[in-house]
Design a protein around this ligand. Structure first.
Ligand code: PHE
Length: 340
C-alpha cells in the first residue's frame, strides 16, 4: 500500500506538471483525484489492511491527496497566467493613424425625387400643396365625388376598408373635397400622397402607390387652362420637348374627362420597349370638375368652373428614370436605390 501510494504520487504529479492546457489538467484531475479516481480506489482498500498498518497508510494517503491538490492548483495558475500573458502580448493591434470607415450617406428615394420635382413644378405654376388623411371616410372618398353606391371602386374587392365607413383612400381626390370645404374660390392646390388598392403585385401594380392630385377652381377656368397647365407641368419634369395627348375618358367627378398620355421620353415618340412601341405613355386622369361635386361643397355652380387631375407619381418616376418594374421602388434594395 505504502509503495503503491508513493508510486501514484510520483506519476500523478508528473502528469499534472506535464499537462499542456486546462483540458489536459482537468483530465489528470479526474484520473487521480476524481470520485472514481485512483486515489479513491486506494482509499477503498484501507479497511483491508492489518490494523497496525492502517494509521501510517491513512496519513500517507492524506499527504498524497494534499500534494496532488496543491500541484493541480499550481499548474492551473501557471496555465491561466500563460493565456492571459498571450492576450496581453504587445503587437500592432490598433493603428490610430489609419483613415476611418466612411459612413454611407443616404439619398432621396427615386419616388421622393420625382414627387418633389412635381410639387416644385406645380408650385411655379401657382399651386400650393395640401394634404389629406390616408384613412378616409366613405363620404370624402366616394359620395362627395359623385361616385354612386353601386360603382365597382366602392366594392370591398377594390377598396381596403378599415371598418364600415372608413377605408384606406383609393385616390387623392378626397383632398379636393376637404380643401373646398375649407375655403372659397379661387382654389389652386395640389395634393400629393399615398393611395391604397388591393391590387395583386406585378411589374405595374402595387397595393400602395403615390398620386398627385391637382385642383383649380375660379371664374372662367376652361379646358384650355387644363391642357396648358398639365402640358407645362409634364414638360417641367419630363423635358421641354414632351408632348401631351388628351383622350376622352370617364370619371364620376369630372365632366368632360380625359386621360393624358405623354410622348415617351426615351424614344421621343418613335416607339421603344418602354412605351410598348406606341410612342406614348399614359400618365394621368383629369377633367372639368363636375357641378355635382361643387354642390356637395356649396360652391356656386353658375359662377365657378374648375379642373382636376390625378397623376400617378410611380408611373411618372418609372418614365422619368427608365424603370420597368414598380416593385423595385418598394423592395429597399440598396443596389437599386444607390443608382439614383
Ligand atoms: N382619382 C382618379 C383615379 O385615381 C384620377 C383623377 C383625378 C381623375 C382627378 C380625374 C380628376 O383614377
Amino acid at each position: 500500500m505504502i509503495e503503491e501510494l508513493n508510486r501514484l504520487r510520483e506519476t500523478a504529479i508528473r502528469a499534472i506538471q506535464d499537462a499542456a492546457d486546462i483540458d489536459a489538467l482537468e483530465e489528470a484531475r479526474v484520473r487521480y483525484l476524481g470520485r472514481k479516481g485512483l486515489l479513491k480506489e486506494l482509499t477503498g482498500k484501507l479497511p483491508e489492511l492489518p490494523n497496525d498498518a492502517k494509521p501510517a497508510a491513512g496519513r500517507l494517503l492524506n499527504q498524497v491527496k494534499n500534494a496532488l491538490t496543491e500541484a493541480l492548483a499550481e499548474r492551473k495558475t501557471a496555465l491561466t497566467a500563460k493565456t492571459a500573458d498571450e492576450i496581453r502580448r504587445p503587437g500592432p493591434r490598433l493603428d490610430v493613424t489609419l483613415p476611418g470607415t466612411r459612413p454611407r450617406i443616404g439619398s432621396r428615394h427615386p419616388i421622393t425625387q420625382v414627387y418633389d420635382e412635381l410639387v416644385e413644378a406645380f408650385a411655379r405654376l401657382g399651386f400650393e400643396t395640401a394634404y389629406g388623411p390616408e384613412i378616409e371616410d366613405e363620404y370624402h372618398n366616394f359620395d362627395a365625388l359623385n361616385i354612386p353606391t353601386d360603382h365597382p371602386s366602392r366594392d370591398a374587392f377594390d377598396t381596403l376598408y378599415i371598418d364600415d365607413e372608413h377605408l384606406l383612400r383609393s385616390h387623392t381626390s378626397p383632398v379636393q373635397i376637404r380643401v373646398m370645404e375649407q375655403r372659397e374660390p379661387p382654389v389652386r392646390v395640389i395634393a400629393p400622397g399615398k393611395v391604397f388598392r388591393p391590387d395583386t403585385v406585378d411589374a405595374s401594380h402595387y397595393p400602395m402607390f403615390f398620386q398627385l392630385e391637382g385642383l383649380y377652381v375660379d371664374e372662367d377656368v376652361s379646358f384650355a387652362d387644363l391642357k396648358a397647365v398639365l402640358t407645362m407641368g409634364m414638360q417641367e419634369v419630363l423635358g421641354a420637348d414632351t408632348r401631351t395627348r388628351f383622350r376622352p375618358s370617364f370619371f364620376p367627378f369630372t365632366e368632360p374627362s380625359a386621360e393624358v398620355d405623354v410622348s415617351c421620353p426615351f424614344c421621343r415618340g418613335s416607339g421603344c420597349s418602354v412605351c410598348g412601341q406606341s410612342g406614348w405613355i399614359e400618365m394621368l386622369g383629369c377633367g372639368m370638375v363636375d357641378p355635382e361635386v361643387f354642390r356637395h361643397v356649396g360652391y356656386d355652380t353658375e359662377r365657378y368652373t374648375g379642373f382636376a387631375f390625378g397623376i400617378g407619381i410611380d408611373r411618372m418616376a418609372m418614365t422619368r428614370l427608365g424603370i420597368n418594374d414598380i416593385r423595385l421602388f418598394y423592395e429597399n434594395d440598396v443596389r437599386f436605390l444607390n443608382q439614383f
